[in-house]
Design a protein around this ligand. Structure first.
Ligand SMILES: *Cc1c(COP(=O)(O)O)cnc(C)c1O
Length: 393
């Protein structure tokens, strides 16, 4: 499983990662091993594979690939990002406490507060962007620090290296949800993190056609623990979807390079609009974490949140924009516009949500591969019609 042998630059490794799976007949892609069970030599000799919950060649190719891209020890593929997160959380025990970034993904908040809480796993939400707050929150029961950086929807940045080094001092694990930046832009294991999680549904797939999750761990002991849960709990990713993720990975860099460029242009344009009161994009110099993310990541991602006057204006934009789909997802070739309060963060109770600043007038845009000028014209037309309707004070 140990496949950390990257010899080339990232874009080349995307194409030529060592999958560990032989290409029969010279096939340049790993075939879809759509099979549940494998012939054994005899009743005691299982061979490399016996049953696809425990291991499947197409899945293993994906797992080896993501492990290399994240500079980790081993990778694991799950049936969704939430299955990946839940499987990682399953390595903990009743009585353990996890410190979690306070504006974490809605589904992560839900699974921690309504499912894992039933099994005695305690969650304390902390502002991980302030290392001293993390340090204050550590108790004798704390086992791990779970970070999302940049966070959702405000793109707040946590100093991953600082938190990971604090965690190491206190003998805690650091877990990072790296969905928003991908290994192309951020490699948490190199910053001292133990476990990296992806909703592969997003940038790794890139095409809005797979639900999947990936986990990469930094060492053998964690690999054994996660492997045990993957096989015991069984939330594995099917071979067809593994193939689609392997395919998506090959274009990760070219997609993101373009998306980053458009996102920065679009964020700058939004900043100039009188209708927009605040733009949250860490690539903007006005973003409070611009300097920190410039140091720890190789790019700012392609997620932009912005605040408009009120809910009515937000709804008009959602309904008026034509090029961006209205949807909860992100990271795809098509731009996707979300109303976090009623969509991505709807599973968070209203009081908690508003306390976090996720008001009804907040919008989030996942910038796709449409050309900047077209996206701009599309939004501009809606903004102008709003001004004509005199909805803007
Ligand atoms: C979407 C998402 C998840 C959950 O992933 P699914 O594939 O939808 O289960 C987790 N974390 C982040 C940051 C996400 O955007």
């Amino acid at each position: 499983m140990h496949t950390n042998n990257n010899k080339h630059r990232f874009g080349t490794n995307l194409i030529h990662a060592n999958t560990g799976i032989d290409g029969h007949f010279g096939a340049v892609n790993v075939p879809i091993y759509q099979v549940s069970t494998f012939n054994q030599e005899d009743e005691t000799n299982n061979g490399r594979y016996d049953y696809s919950r425990s291991g499947n060649p197409t899945r293993e190719a994906l797992e080896n690939t993501i492990a290399q891209l994240e500079n980790g020890y081993a990778g694991f593929a799950f049936s969704s990002g939430m299955a990946a997160i839940s499987s990682v959380l399953s390595i903990f025990e009743s009585g353990d406490e996890i410190l979690v970034s306070h504006d974490t993904y809605g589904g992560t908040y839900r699974v921690l507060t309504r499912l894992f809480s039933k099994f005695g796993i305690k969650t304390t939400f902390v502002d991980t962007t302030k290392v001293e707050k993390v340090e204050e929150a550590i108790t004798k029961d704390t086992r791990a620090i779970y970070i999302e950086s940049p966070s959702n929807p405000f793109l707040q940045v946590t100093d991953i290296k600082a938190v990971a080094s604090l965690a190491k001092e206190r003998n805690l694990l650091t877990i990072v949800d790296n969905t928003f930046l991908t290994p192309y832009l951020q490699q948490p294991i190199d910053l001292g993190v133990n476990i990296v999680i992806h909703s592969a549904t997003k940038y790794i797939s890139g095409h809005s056609d797979v639900i999947g999750g990936l986990v990469v761990v930094s060492d053998e002991k964690l690999a054994e623990e996660v492997k045990f849960v993957q096989n015991a709990f069984g939330a594995i990713l099917g071979p067809q979807d593994c193939f689609l993720l392997l395919r998506g990975i090959k274009t990760l860099k070219v997609r993101l390079d373009q998306q980053l460029k458009t996102a920065l242009q679009f964020a700058k344009w939004l900043e100039e609009q009188s209708l927009v009161s605040c733009v949250y994009y860490p690539g903007l110099e006005s973003h409070p974490d611009h300097k920190l993310i410039s140091e720890q990541a190789n790019g700012y991602g392609a997620m932009i949140s912005f605040q408009v006057q009120d809910e009515k204006v937000a709804r008009h934009i959602l309904q008026g924009v034509k090029l961006a789909s209205i949807g909860v997802s992100l990271g795809a070739v098509e731009s996707i516009l979300t109303h976090p309060a009623t969509m991505s963060h709807a599973s968070i109770p209203k009081e908690v949500r508003e306390e976090k600043g996720i008001t009804d007038s907040l919008l989030r845009l996942s910038v796709g591969l449409e050309e900047f000028e077209d996206l701009k014209q599309d939004f501009d037309a809606v903004f102008q019609s709003l001004e004509e309707k005199a909805l803007i004070k």
